[in-house]
Design a binder for this molecule. Structure first.
Ligand code: HEM
Ligand code: 2DC
Length: 468
């Protein structure tokens, strides 16, 4: 017998009380741990009302499967009010990230062909490989200059630059020059703006931006300043390509995502600009932070690091210079990236408004309800991943146990549009690092996560790179 919706456990009846409890538990920066705590208190399903939005939270892969089966033809996730408010305020078109309904679907179908189709990997591979090589050359130079035959540092700023250079080279088909000694201050400003944009978004998940805007709150003003910086730099990059396309004489080499979309002429210039800006902004902190966590895990597991190095060496030899073939021969390295995202997911949760009535954990959930999969909590749940505290890339090699467990990039037609770029960029980065350096760490202190809209390391991670 299916139990009614109102019997789902949780503190959903009083939105204000929930905000108060939330505050006491470390508030906005602790959302990931609060979700773990709630699943421990209420079990595998709970209802929650934070301020205005009401949601059902689930944790089990089998339940996620039921949810995604009910996502409908126009899958819709939780709308980040701060992001839409900014665009409304400045009169910018929404890109694919923020669009919904038919407008989303038609844009997404066209973008899919240029951004996430496996066919495009042939074009992306040489571009991303070159950026990986340049990163390694840059590290060798830093090591030389240190005079100590090693480089000990917080790599995060270097990784942000690497990530922007990577996504930039794919979007624009040319290099931004961020792997050099002197870098464009505009590009550095763009990177800083993305970090500020994420950081200022999380408080506005609970306090409506319209209200904050009315009272002239600092968090809203900082948020506007951050997006203004993002849009003006992206605009400059886009215009540069647009201008070059109008000039006569083009080579037949792959021109990048933006030029391909412009030549295809199926989306309006405004739609193209909006989605390319989102891709550029979405392509920095996500992969940079995931790579930082991966290097951290490799430093903590030296034997695994050697195993991965051996896998890469064999793949390199056997593929005889064919990059795509090489990437087919590194399953353990791919497992390592999945394992990083299990323990350190970029997104704390996945969300969908369901388009039909469903039953989960024997509770009825009506059509239209916002249902969230607690991705961070799922990754650390011992009933889903045995010995969840252990970093074990090999668990992803056993295909029989992975049903609805690899959800780091979301699921279905609304999944991460940048997924293929992100995966290839991160795989090639790690290949080059493993071929050139040993990654080490001083003391083995555990680094915790913090929530700044995406899940990031709570404190700087200091690593040492030594040439092999
Ligand atoms: C959406 C994760 C990198 C652009 C998403 C979503 C997740 C995610 C979980 C929501 C999916 C859903 O609701 O089912 C990640 C992770 C990354 C990453 C883990 C890297 C480790 C990137 C990169 C880009 C990007 C590199 C751009 C090049 C986007 C866009 C969307 C999205 C545009 C919205 C798609 C839509 O609404 O149709 N990402 N992402 N992401 N991501 Fe990523
Ligand atoms: C944040 O409760 C927590 O990939 C909220 O590249 C629910 C929520 C909704 C949407 C999620 C967001 C969370 C985290 C960041 C995500 C976002 C969808 C896309 C975005 C996961 C889980 C991200 C980082 C995009 C961002 C692109 C943007 C900079 C233009």
């Amino acid at each position: 017998l299916v139990k009614p919706f109102h019997e789902i456990p949780g503190l959903w009846k009083n939105g204000t009380a929930t905000i108060y409890a939330f505050w006491k538990q470390g508030g906005f920066k602790n959302l990931h741990n609060i979700m773990v705590h709630n699943f421990n208190t209420f079990g595998p399903i709970y209802r929650e009302k934070i301020g205005f939005y009401d949601s059902v939270n689930i944790i089990q892969p089998e339940d996620a499967a039921i949810l995604f089966r009910a996502e409908g033809y126009y899958p819709k996730r939780l709308r980040i009010e701060a992001w839409t408010s900014y665009r409304d305020y400045r009169n910018h078109t929404y890109g694919v990230l923020l669009k919904d309904g038919e407008d989303w679907r038609s844009n997404r179908m066209i973008l899919n062909k240029e951004v996430i189709s496996p066919k495009m990997l042939v074009n992306f591979a040489p571009l991303l490989d070159e950026v990986g090589q340049d990163f390694v050359a840059r590290v060798h130079k830093k090591i030389e200059r240190s005079g100590q035959n090693k480089w000990t540092t917080d790599l995060s700023q270097e990784l942000f630059k690497f990530a922007l250079e990577s996504v930039g080279s794919v979007l624009y088909g040319e290099r931004l020059g961020l792997m050099q000694d002197y870098i464009d201050p505009e590009a550095q400003h763009f990177i800083d703006c993305i970090t500020l944009m994420f950081k200022t978004t999380s408080p506005m998940l609970y306090i409506p931006p319209a209200l904050l805007r009315m009272v002239g709150a600092k968090v809203w003003r900082d948020h506007v300043r951050a997006w203004d910086g993002i849009f003006s730099h992206a605009d400059r990059c886009i215009h540069n390509i647009y201008r070059k396309l109008k000039e006569p004489g083009h080579s037949d080499k792959y021109p990048g995502v933006l030029a391909s979309l412009l030549m295809l002429d199926k989306l309006s210039i405004e739609d193209i600009k909006a989605s390319v800006t989102e891709l550029m902004a979405g392509g920095v902190d996500t992969t940079a932070v995931t790579l930082l966590w991966t290097l951290y895990e490799l430093a903590r597991h030296p034997a695994l690091q050697e195993e991965l190095r051996a896998e890469v060496a064999t793949a390199r030899t056997q593929s005889q210079g064919d990059l795509l073939d090489m990437l087919k021969r590194i399953p353990l390295l791919k497992g390592a990236l999945k394992e990083t995202l299990r323990l350190h997911p970029v997104a704390v949760s996945l969300q969908r408004y369901i388009t039909e009535d469903i039953a989960i954990q024997n509770y009825h959930i009506p059509s239209g309800t916002l249902v969230q999969v607690g991705l961070f909590a799922m990754g650390r749940d011992p009933s889903v991943f045995p010995r969840p505290e252990q970093y074990q890339p090999s668990r992803w090699l056993r295909t029989e146990n992975n049903y609805f467990r690899g959800l780091s990039f979301g699921f279905g037609p609304r999944q991460c549009l940048g997924r293929r770029i992100a995966e290839m960029e991160m795989q090639l980065f790690l290949v080059h690092i493993l071929e050139n350096f040993r990654v080490e760490k001083e003391r083995h202190v555990e680094v915790k996560s913090t929530f700044e809209l995406i899940v990031i390391p709570e404190k700087p991670i200091i690593l040492t790179l030594k040439p092999l």
